[in-house]
Design a protein around this ligand. Structure first.
Ligand code: GRG
Length: 304
């Protein structure tokens, strides 16, 4: 539990959790290396093993714990399946046909090293790999086939047309246009929010928690996802490329963002409001887990 220096405690907690996620990603990368020619495996390993914040898998593990999940190590593999989807989305998002980015997580984007073709092809492999990795983890975590199927459905729905890919499509179509606040919120809810929401939902489901707790986690994930994306928009204009470890910014692609629509001050207030709604959701349900509360606060305080 966090004690007196809550932020320092959270930092330590995140480092420990990050290490466990990293370990699972390492095993998954080895598994991929053993199955595929190096030309395919290298871009995947480069991307998956780079230093991300690992928020999605960490949220999944936290939700599992607060839903009563007994600390089975396989939960890290289930959580890692979400990070695999996130990794492929970053590999593809950075490609010349999308954001054409040069820098990600403080180093060259995969296609700058391995070329566009190989990154496109190998990135796609992470989609079925995520489902396989999750299915293997679920064998150890969950006893009924129905629940296993529902968890895999949750992952794939969040990643697909009504979630991340659908949101990315809307985002690409909106380039150069000023969209309405409703369109922007929907786009972000799908592109970024869906996977964050699925992270906590899958954690709760893996613990076989009751429906009311699942509903709370989904509602929490919804607000957290929006707060996270508004903060992402804010960081895009308030932080340097060095601080963020990525480029270029949304402005280069003339994207509508919370900042372009509302300005820095109002966007900051909105992020704060969404975060408060996320915390209120937990508190109303009596899910006052100190780590999850500090992580929620951190999402708005983060510098990258
Ligand atoms: C075929 C249309 C189509 C899409 C393919 C590319 C793609 C799928 C989706 C893009 C989704 C995307 C990149 C959303 C942005 C999410 C986001 C805010 C990422 C940054 O997340 P962090 O801050 O990053 O957690 P780290 O590096 O810490 O993992």
């Amino acid at each position: 539990m966090p004690s007196e220096g809550v932020e320092t405690d959270l930092e330590k907690f995140l480092i420990l959790e990050n290490d466990k996620v990293h370990e699972s990603l390492g095993r998954c990368s080895e598994w991929i290396k053993n199955k595929l020619p190096a030309r395919f495996a290298r871009p995947i390993c480069y991307s998956v093993m780079s230093q991300g914040k690992r928020l999605r898998p960490i949220l999944c593990v936290m939700a599992y714990r607060i839903s009563g999940g007994t600390s089975k190590s396989a939960i890290y593999d289930l959580a890692t399946s979400i990070e695999l989807i996130h990794s492929y989305s970053l590999m593809h998002d950075d490609l010349p046909c999308m954001d054409d980015a040069e820098l990600r997580r403080g180093r060259a984007t995969p296609h700058k090293i391995y070329g566009e073709k190989d990154v496109l092809r190998s990135g796609a492999l992470l989609i079925p790999t995520a489902s396989l990795w999750a299915t293997m983890a679920l064998k150890q975590l969950v006893s009924t086939d129905l629940l296993k199927r529902e968890i895999i459905m949750e992952l794939n729905s969040a990643a697909g047309a009504s979630g991340m890919v659908g949101g990315q499509y809307l985002d690409l179509m909106a380039e150069g246009k000023v969209v309405s606040p409703e369109v922007l919120e929907n786009l972000h809810r799908m592109k970024t929010g869906a996977l964050l929401k699925a992270s906590v939902t899958m954690g709760g489901m893996a613990a076989n928690t009751k429906q009311s707790t699942l509903n709370t986690l989904k509602q929490f994930g919804h607000w957290l996802g929006l707060a996270f994306q508004i903060k992402d928009d804010l960081l895009d204009v308030t932080s340097s490329t060095e601080e963020l470890g990525k480029c270029p910014s949304d402005r280069v692609h003339s994207k509508s963002t919370y900042v372009s629509l509302y300005g820095i001050e109002d966007a900051s207030k909105m992020a704060e409001e969404m975060k408060e709604k996320a915390l209120e959701t937990l508190s109303l349900a009596g899910l006052n887990d100190p780590w999850l509360i500090s992580l929620t606060e951190y999402i708005l305080k983060r510098k990258r």
